[in-house]
Design a binder for this molecule. Structure first.
Ligand SMILES: CC(C)(COP(=O)(O)OP(=O)(O)OC[C@H]1O[C@@H](n2cnc3c(N)ncnc32)[C@H](O)[C@@H]1OP(=O)(O)O)[C@@H](O)C(=O)NCCC(=O)NCCS
Length: 171
């Protein structure tokens, strides 16, 4: 299966909401995306949609976004959410979205991405537990599920306290 990954556009918003809500089986993460889009933390170039090659250009089946946080007072990225419509899971969509996001972040000279999720999934992209590399924050209780990926670069890697935008509160 070949996936076409591109930046989301306003006409995707309803489809993205539906994909995220169906992936998580609840509305919380879809509402988070709606709130993030209107926040200062939103990075449109890192909000990506996926569709299978050959399908209508509006047939969005997956979504991934990275938004601005700080770690130790320095800029970093939070990957959240990653979501694939249930009927399309397990076919490589999520991996294509995450890998494309990482490449775009690296091209943008970002230095650090954090994520909260299953290490068995995010480990394949190079994420490792955040706390042992000196990053802590609101998800410390999640232990190894709170993960970080350092991107290549000359600047020092941000470490210290991860501060998320207010819109993440409650998740
Ligand atoms: C997690 C998710 C984004 C993965 O997307 P996907 O397109 O199904 O994943 P891919 O096809 O790229 O990869 C499939 C692999 O990931 C594994 N995987 C999928 N979801 C996983 C999870 N929650 N935990 C651990 N591994 C998972 C599969 O077992 C499979 O492993 P394999 O390659 O060894 O066979 C998708 O399943 C989803 O939307 N889940 C519900 C929402 C969610 O939990 N999002 C992540 C938290 S932000």
């Amino acid at each position: 299966m070949v996936w076409l990954i591109r930046q989301e556009r306003p006409f995707d918003f309803p489809a993205v909401h539906a994909v995220v809500a169906s992936a998580f089986g609840r509305a919380d993460e879809a509402l988070l995306v709606d709130r993030l889009r209107t926040s200062d933390a939103w990075l449109p170039g890192l909000a990506l949609v996926a569709r299978p090659n050959g399908e209508s250009r509006r047939n969005v089946v997956g979504f991934a976004a990275m938004s601005r946080i700080t770690v130790g007072g320095r800029p970093a990225l939070a990957l959240a959410p990653v979501a694939v419509a249930p009927e399309w899971q397990g076919k490589g969509t999520g991996s294509a979205l995450v890998r494309t996001g990482i490449v775009r972040a690296a091209r943008g000279h970002e230095r650090l991405i954090v994520v909260l999720g299953d290490p068995r999934y995010y480990g394949r992209f190079g994420f490792t537990a955040a706390i042992p590399v000196g990053i802590h924050g609101p998800y410390d209780a999640a232990g190894p599920a709170f993960q970080a990926l350092v991107l290549p670069g000359d600047d020092p890697v941000p470490t210290g306290l991860a501060v998320y935008p207010d819109v993440f509160e409650g998740l």
